[in-house]
Design a protein around this ligand. Structure first.
Ligand SMILES: Nc1nc(=O)c2c([nH]1)NC[C@@H]1CN(c3ccc(C(=O)N[C@@H](CCC(=O)O)C(=O)O)cc3)CN21
Ligand SMILES: CC(C)C(=O)C(=O)O
Length: 356
């Protein structure tokens, strides 16, 4: 087994579903806080309310700054003044909300959600309908970032008509602002068709994970002179077709820097060095929301330990439930003494079900 192949196997198999489990916990805990908000117990529920507001689409109080909606002109202005463009993936309401609150310029509903949110083997399995469901929840969570939805494999390669049809569905039903699709020169007719219809396209060249079988795994692209020239030709082709920016994935830094200089549109790098116009990473990777020992591509920097924190909290909860330390008195609802005394008296004559 080659080095690349064994890594690919490790990367895309059983280790991802565990990541999903942890995230599902985080997602579910956010839910109930919503309903509590609307009860009559306002004074007692202050803490819950405060936490609730961090996930509330109605309130912006936890955002560090109130910022304007990011649009294509905003992004192009950043590019013009050489300000790096920040992009992060999100696959649901809370992951979109936190990316938006932390100031990401762009949020990508990447098809990597097949692996990190759905536990699938690779990105080729995810359906357009599934992507749309995730896009809808992300669009409700990210109110200022520019939202891009990934067209999944099979939803755009047949021809420009199919590509436009899928793009329209992503915008109308998924509520995204732009779509991303993988491929270079061969995607020019599709990109032209979609952009002509007024839907912005983020192109994606270099390592294109939807074509991993043809590429022979997740391999760095553009490592030879010929490969780098092909990459530049592809990047130029998608630019001429009307893409507003292009993702460069797993490309030597020098090649990505030179391609960036040769283009008018911004390049968004992932594993392509710091000479690109912006950067993108997968949120679960950079926030450390995965179990210890999982393989990470070389370009990932782990900025947090979300998995460790979630596991620590869940273990503490488990321990307290087992010891009857949780719930404590402050987590319970009071009742007037006389009411309870009467209740106890009325049921007092009955025998206990549990054998007393
Ligand atoms: N969680 C996650 N993060 C990602 O960045 C990501 C996904 N999923 N799924 C779709 C693609 C696949 N990606 C990958 C996956 C593996 C490598 C990888 O193994 N790279 C090798 C280089 C191999 C070579 O030398 O050619 C490495 O060592 O980093 C790269 C990108 C990026 N994307
Ligand atoms: C890694 C990024 C660029 C992506 O395509 C995804 O998340 O699917």
């Amino acid at each position: 087994m080659s080095r690349a192949l064994s890594k690919t196997t490790l990367y895309s198999s059983s280790l991802f579903p565990s990541t999903y489990t942890a995230h599902a916990y985080l997602t579910r805990t956010a839910g109930p806080l919503f309903t509590i908000h609307h009860t009559n117990h306002q004074p007692k529920l202050q803490p819950a309310q405060a936490r609730h507001s961090s996930h509330s689409p109605l309130s912006n109080t936890t955002s560090p700054t109130t910022r304007k909606k990011i649009t294509i002109p905003t992004l192009l202005a950043m590019h013009k003044r050489h300000e790096p463009i920040t992009m992060l993936t999100a696959h649901d309401f809370p992951s979109a909300h936190v990316a938006d609150a932390a100031g990401m310029d762009m949020v990508l509903v990447g098809d990597s959600l097949a692996m990190v949110a759905l536990g699938l083997e690779d990105t080729s399995e995810v359906l357009l309908e599934e992507m749309i469901l995730h896009c809808r929840s992300v669009s409700r969570g990210a109110k200022t970032a520019f939202i891009v939805g990934d067209l999944p494999m099979g939803s755009y390669e047949i021809g420009p008509e199919q590509a436009l049809g899928s793009a329209i569905k992503m915008v109308k039903e998924g509520r995204v602002h732009a779509i991303k699709l993988e491929g270079g020169a061969e995607m020019v007719p599709a990109i032209t068709k979609i952009t002509t219809a007024g839907i912005p396209v983020l192109a994606h060249v270099g390592l294109t994970p939807q074509r991993q079988n043809a590429l022979g795994g997740f391999r760095v692209q553009g490592k030879s002179t010929a490969g780098a020239l092909r990459l530049l030709a592809d990047a130029r082709a998608v630019q001429e077709a009307g893409a507003f920016a292009v993702v460069l994935e797993a490309v030597p830094a020098e090649v990505a820097t030179l391609i960036t200089k040769k283009l008018r549109i911004p390049t968004i790098g992932i594993g392509a060095g710091n000479g690109c116009s912006g950067q993108v990473l997968v949120q679960v990777d950079m926030s450390g929301n995965f179990p210890p020992g999982r393989f990470l591509p070389k370009f990932v920097k782990k900025y947090g330990d979300v998995w460790g924190e979630a596991k620590r909290a869940i273990e503490a909860y488990r321990g307290e439930v087992k010891e009857r330390a949780y719930p404590a008195v402050e987590h319970t609802y009071p009742m007037a003494k006389e009411e309870f005394a009467e209740f106890e008296r009325v049921v007092g004559e009955e025998s206990d079900e549990r054998g007393v």
